[in-house]
Design a protein around this ligand. Structure first.
Ligand code: IMP
Length: 193
């Protein structure tokens, strides 16, 4: 099985991706290659950030790798927090700080529709590919559920009465932004090898 590094320091994402892709390639973590720094993330789009992260690891170690970047876009806030989802409540903030800020900003919002979008950049044999996935839903008024991470407790996907944080991980993975992007990546890798 081919080794591919997943350029993330997020252990939640690593677990999710291994569940989805573990049968096709061996997903190697940054920790396993001895990298324990923050990867610079200075782009203004999800695509730029995903590529920047994958490129950084590829340049440093010369290995096949992929990286993802995700943003939560709300219609009431004209797409915010979007590409700035990770640091929405400021440098060093927690997931809870971000959720609280979002709920505060949207306290009077009537339109509560939102979507998660993921872009994956893959660098394989020196070539680059992109894969995208998104999921529509709404931002509920109070956090519900304890699973998942990030904005999961306030994001309820369309057609479900549970938030991502209230669902079994397999269900979230089967309908999520990252799940869909990884599905495209998986199909591509199956064809490629
Ligand atoms: P990243 O830049 O791709 O790491 O994602 C930016 C931020 O979006 C993260 O810090 C999380 O707060 C949030 N995020 C990413 N993926 C998810 C998810 O699957 N559920 C909830 N929040 C997420």
């Amino acid at each position: 099985m081919r080794n591919i590094v997943f350029a993330t320091n997020n252990t939640h994402k690593l677990r999710e991706i291994r569940q989805l892709l573990g049968q096709v390639v061996k997903i190697v973590s940054l920790k396993e290659i001895g990298f324990d720094e923050e990867i610079p993330e200075t782009g203004h789009t999800l695509k730029e950030n995903a590529l920047q992260k994958a490129q950084y690891i590829h340049d440093k170690y010369g290995i096949d790798c992929f990286a993802d970047d995700t943003g939560l876009e709300t219609d009431a806030l004209n797409g915010a927090p979007g590409v700035y989802s990770a640091r929405y409540a400021g440098e060093g903030c927690t997931y809870e700080d971000n959720v609280n800020k979002l709920l505060l900003e949207m306290r009077d919002a009537q339109v509560r529709t939102a979507r998660f979008r993921t872009v994956i950049a893959l660098i394989l044999d020196g070539k680059t590919w992109f894969f995208e996935g998104s999921v529509e839903g709404e931002i509920i008024k109070e956090p519900k559920g304890v699973k998942g991470f990030g904005y999961d407790p306030v994001f309820q996907p369309a057609g479900y009465s549970l938030t991502f944080a209230g669902m079994p991980p397999e269900l979230k993975n089967s309908i999520s932004h990252r799940g869909k992007a990884v599905e495209k990546l998986t199909r591509f890798l199956k064809d490629y090898f």
